[in-house]
Design a protein around this ligand. Sequence first.
Ligand code: SF4
Length: 347
Amino acid sequence: MKLTRRDFVKDFLWLSGLVILPAASVLKGWAREKLWQPAYRKLEESGKFAKRIEEVYALFEKCELCPRRCGVNRLRGERGFCRAPLQPVVYSAHPHFGEEMPLVGRRGSGTIFFSNCNLRCVFCQNWPIAHEGRGKKVSDAEVAAMMLKLQEKGCHNINLVTPTHVMPNILNAVRIALGQGLKIPLVYNTSGYERLEIVRLLDGIVDIYLPDVKYMDSAMAESYSAGAADYPEVTTTAVKEMNRQVGELVTDSRRIARRGLMIRHLVMPNRVAGTKKFVRWVAKELSLSTYVNIMAQYRVDYRAYEFPKIARAITGEEFLEAMVWAEEAGMRNLDVRSLVVKDAYRR
Ligand code: SF4
């Protein structure tokens, strides 16, 4: 068939469209990623970050940073239920490869473990850090230096473990580090036992919330988390606010988390964690696409052996029933490791 000049031009334009259009969309995505900024940077640019830090630091005077609401004056060295001093105590700061895949990527999650805790569970797997407060007292500027070092190492985020009782120090450290080039997302890795009013103060600062939802039953929370009978109500309220602020998990082209909510739920023996109620709550109150990690790694630790209901590991059947409940509830963004463990138990 003879190709006319007009046909040639028409075919050329059509073919180049096929090549150019996808290239344009890839470029657009790439440009969007390059232009991405952490939430805290936008807050700084709006001129509101310094004032927010002043506001949260003032909370130390009569500490009500968490639902325990001790009212102690931490500025004067008094200590409340968490036993935390005014200065943060850090146990370790390093790239962590055991977290969820969207946090770990290839270079790890830049994890800073803060000592002391406001929940103090009897089955705590980090008890030397959380209960005994082991670690080193550091200044906010030193925490900022740790953040920058983790970023320098290539970590994809700053993962703040047990941040609740040192939140003002963390915010101050973030602003110091921002002034020296911090630009990766902040992960607020919490037990979930957070006051709504305090979570609201984190709006526009935290990029990724990583709360536990440990129980859905007050009696369980009271027994195993130092009398925190209000845990289910307080935590579900706080998680709803986190979801309002950051929404569903968003990842970049490398599938690394940039922003959003990721919930952890540890399956416990004898249905202590209330998994069925939990997944139904997520489906109803958040969304079916909420990222949920149903975890199988419960082990008898710290003082758990003193409590008959939780003095054993979970069985394969217990984990499988938890996953079935999640699937029946319609959850469609379950952590990949929970799916792998489910398949392993099914075999
Ligand atoms: S952060 Fe500590 S001192 Fe402050 S209210 Fe909570 S447990 Fe009490």
